[in-house]
Ligand binder design. Structure first.
Ligand code: GAF
Length: 385
């Protein structure tokens, strides 16, 4: 939580006036359903009580004038000259402005200050939170009348066009539409969704942060998406009604993909199995069977590591070690992969002991600090003032 007075004071120091509006948009976790969103499958995310905050003020010219506290950097560009920049973070804001312009809606220039408490690079979707906070703030400030789902879609498009990551909709959807104490069961085909109470009984969620983000994660992510699309195109030759992996059976994959492209086969099969695991996880959650829920997380990790190949030595180590404790009911890597966090379902209060038990081995093996993130499930994007 970042104090409103701090945001206002810093905005004034940077831009010499008060902001018109402050909006917060949270990071997310995902219980299960990884790399399924861009395959029109299901996901089970929720917002966390760590967020990106943007303070915004209208300008009289067409300048977009930005400042990011985390990087201690500014960036300015005319609205007429929007273009991706190697600086990185301004792309999320520029991408949103581009989306608004593409809809034929008009904006004046603005000053925008960003701060937040989502650990960057932990796989908690701080970039989606920046996109959604910006989209929501500009929507409010200029009365654009965009609904929440549209803002989430704009965030996804911004990521595709300005950051070059062909992500699915999960992160932006969770950031904008989450509800405290619930997870969203989202059908990424038609964006229909239901809120399920996240009642873990005598258990709680703990994230273990590897503190690594391996290079080339974005291109490896796009490669996975491409492999899935390739599997679909192989199937379409015989089954033209197939639009995505959602329409496919394992028997069809065995018939047409396995003999031609074993790598794409393994990935496509993972996606089908992950959707199944999500269904089982929802049943277990509904029945209050935390052991059965956790089992699906362990299985998901196996698939993400061996079939989908988006894990890394640090993530595998943390899951393998966590599994050895009876107080840990489930653990897996979370998000896109290649670093970031594992999500663990542990007996209430066991988190600090788990971190202590794993820290030294982790440090001596990888020369890295292991950090824990304790969290609560929170609401989606909202106006702070
Ligand atoms: C990243 C992406 F942004 C999401 O769309 C999703 O595909 C996820 O990786 C993997 O499930 O967070």
């Amino acid at each position: 939580m970042i104090d409103r007075n701090i945001l206002e004071t810093r905005f004034k120091e940077v831009f010499g006036k008060n902001p018109d509006l402050v909006v917060k948009s949270p990071g997310r976790i995902n219980i299960i359903g990884e790399h399924t969103d861009y395959n029109e499958g299901f996901v089970l995310p929720a917002a966390i009580d760590k967020a990106v905050y943007v303070a915004v003020g209208k300008r009289n010219d067409d300048l977009i004038n930005l400042y990011a506290e985390d990087f201690n950097e500014n960036f300015a560009i005319s609205m007429k000259d929007l273009a991706p920049t190697a600086q990185g973070w301004p792309n999320y804001i520029q991408g949103i402005v581009q989306q608004i312009q593409d809809k034929g809606l008009s904006l004046s220039g603005f000053d925008l200050y960003i701060d937040g408490d989502i650990p960057v690079g932990a796989g908690l979707s701080s970039s989606a939170a920046v996109e959604c906070a910006t989209g929501y703030a500009l929507n409010e400030l200029y009365g654009l009348n965009l609904d929440r789902v549209t803002i989430a879609k704009m965030g996804q498009r911004a990521e595709h066009t300005y950051a070059g990551v062909k992500c699915g909709i999960m992160d932006q959807f969770a950031s904008v539409l989450s509800k405290a104490a619930h997870v969203i069961r989202l059908d990424c085909r038609d964006l229909s969704y239901t809120y399920l109470p996240l009642d873990l009984g005598n258990h709680e969620l703990v994230l273990l942060n590897t503190n690594v983000k391996h290079a080339l994660a974005s291109s490896a992510y796009n490669d996975r998406r491409h492999a899935c699309e390739h599997a679909v195109s192989l199937l379409q030759a015989k089954y033209p009604q197939v639009k995505s992996l959602r329409d496919v059976s394992i028997a069809q994959l065995d018939e047409l993909v396995k003999p031609v492209d074993p790598e794409a086969y393994a990935k496509a099969r993972f996606v089908l199995e992950e959707n199944e695991r999500l269904n089982k996880a929802c049943e277990a959650l509904h029945a209050g069977d935390i052991t059965a829920l956790g089992e699906q997380l362990f299985l998901a990790h196996e698939g993400l590591s061996k079939e989908y190949k988006v894990s890394c030595a640090e993530l595998d180590y943390l899951v393998d070690r966590a599994k050895q404790f009876e107080q840990v009911k489930g653990a897996r890597m979370m998000g896109g992969g290649f670093g970031g966090c594992t999500i663990n379902i542990v007996e209430k209060g066991f988190g600090p002991q788990l971190v202590e038990a794993l820290s030294e081995g982790y440090r001596s093996r990888f020369d890295l600090e292991l950090t824990a993130i304790f969290l609560a499930i929170d609401n989606g994007t909202e106006v702070v003032y």
